[in-house]
Design a protein around this ligand. Structure first.
Ligand code: UD1
Length: 427
């Protein structure tokens, strides 16, 4: 299995291009299930999860064609066409490996009147149920049946009726699923306490480009007028705000200066506010964000929250950065339980972190030291890369397949701005 080796201590500096957003790509791709015409997605990141989702769509009957990036560009173009569904099932083996597979439930149900999806089971960052996905689909007319680890959803008469649902807890995935199901319902739907993440806005815009009628985009109340059918479209995936935020932390932790080309400051306001508060200089311009740091960082008190709050997907990276701040920081994780698996690994590099329940107290230390560490989930892995960039000596990060799920060409991007980083195989 591959490992990543980092010899820390270099200040990063230069231009670093930001890829298309993984989490947007994974909800835009299933939109292709809603029409028999081609959906062309531009700026698609080259990631293991995107390839995995493409394979799932192929199993459902989609033909997919990928055109590579042009020289100097990262994004790929994928044309997805689902002339007819050949299967309505997302099997256990795929859902188990990639939780986002459940996002085919809504659109397959809408298109075929029936869908069968394996229940995802546990995952590394906690017990992530899909009850809200199911309740929301039920509220717009789906009939559900659970058996043998699968949920089967049916639309009586072949088409969902539409309806009203108010989420008791904000859920990104469940909002996406019910939206994709509601756009071709017979009647109208109203989704309250919907997630407002920029990826949801991206999804709404793509659906509108395909002919959907959605009001309230970007707000917590979405009103959908069902359409008989959607058509094909060409749509560019939004920039990855979490990738951009992660590299902003890389600039900050190395006392460096990065131009995050393509990043959208509006989508990552809470991250940029927190960076400024820590003493990092942030300059947003049209088409990117420049981030630079000089001198010790200030400690922070941060709590994760649904958008527009501070993203749970940035918690681990900030923890690595704050491990070197000048004082004690307090981080509270409110979205996922068990999202502190990077803590023992960071501690092995010299970080002083104490977790009690959902809160972590991070006491800044003068320096970190390189060590062999193990990646446990996607964003936790990035916190280890960040710590390695700032540590003295060599850090070896194993289980890098977690990183390959969400960071396009990580070593290439970081080496180009001065990091001493390489990927090595076991052989
Ligand atoms: C998405 C993102 C993930 C991000 C998360 C929160 C993708 C592919 N993943 O995950 O990177 O960390 O949003 O911003 O876009 N919940 C339930 N029942 C459900 C669904 C969710 O109880 O049916 C709970 C979850 O356990 C969690 C909270 O709701 O505590 C929020 O989860 P949710 O927003 O659904 O996260 P995902 O869509 O899985």
């Amino acid at each position: 299995m591959d490992r990543i080796l980092i010899r820390g201590g270099n200040r990063l500096s230069g231009r670093l291009p930001i890829s298309g957003a993984k989490n947007a790509a994974l909800t835009l791709m299933p939109c292709a299930l809603l029409t028999d015409e081609p959906l062309v997605l531009r700026n698609l990141p080259r990631l293991a999860d995107v390839d995995g989702f493409g394979h799932l769509l192929n199993q459902l009957g989609a033909s997919t064609r990928v055109e590579g990036a042009r020289p100097g560009e990262f994004g790929r173009v994928m044309t997805i066409r689902v002339g007819a569904l050949t299967s309505t099932e997302a099997p256990y083996d795929i859902v188990r490996k990639m939780r986002a597979s459940i996002l085919v439930l809504g659109p397959v149900l809408a298109r075929a009147g029936e869908a069968r999806v394996s229940l995802p089971g546990g995952c590394a960052i906690g017990n992530r149920p899909i009850d809200l996905h199911l309740k929301a689909l039920e509220a717009i007319g789906a009939e559900l049946e659970m058996s043998a680890g699968y949920v089967t959803a049916r639309a009586p008469g072949g088409r969902l009726a539409g309806g009203r649902y108010s989420f008791p807890v904000v859920s990104v995935g469940a909002t996406e699923n019910v939206l994709m199901a509601a756009v071709t319902a017979r009647g109208s739907s109203r989704i309250e306490n919907a997630a407002r993440e920029p990826e949801i806005v991206d999804l709404c815009r793509c659906l509108v480009a395909m002919g959907a009628s959605i009001d309230g985009i970007g707000t917590e109340t979405l009103e959908i007028e069902g359409r008989e059918r959607l058509h094909g479209a060409t749509y560019a995936v939004m920039p990855d705000r979490i990738e951009a935020g992660s590299y902003a932390c890389a600039a900050a932790i190395t006392g460096g200066s990065l131009d995050l080309a393509g990043a959208s400051a509006d989508d990552m306001a809470a991250t940029l506010v927190a960076l400024r508060e820590a003493g990092v200089t942030v300059e947003a311009y049209k088409g990117g964000v420049k981030v630079s740091a000089d001198g010790p960082l200030r400690p922070l008190t941060l709590s994760t929250a649904p958008f527009p709050g501070f993203a749970t997907d940035m918690q681990a990276q900030f923890m690595a950065m704050l491990a070197l701040a000048d004082g004690a920081s307090v981080l509270t994780e409110t979205i996922f339980e068990n999202r502190y698996m990077h803590v023992p690994e960071l501690a092995r590099m010299g970080a002083d972190i104490h977790v009690s329940g959902r809160t972590a107290v991070v006491r800044g230390v003068a320096g970190l030291t390189g060590a062999p560490v193990m990646a446990t989930d996607l964003r936790a892995s990035m916190s280890l890369i960040l710590a390695g960039l700032a540590a003295t000596g060599e850090t070896q990060v194993s289980r890098v397949y977690h990183l390959d799920r969400g960071y396009e060409r990580l070593e290439e991007k970081l080496s180009a701005v001065g990091a001493d980083i390489e990927r090595v195989g076991d052989g």
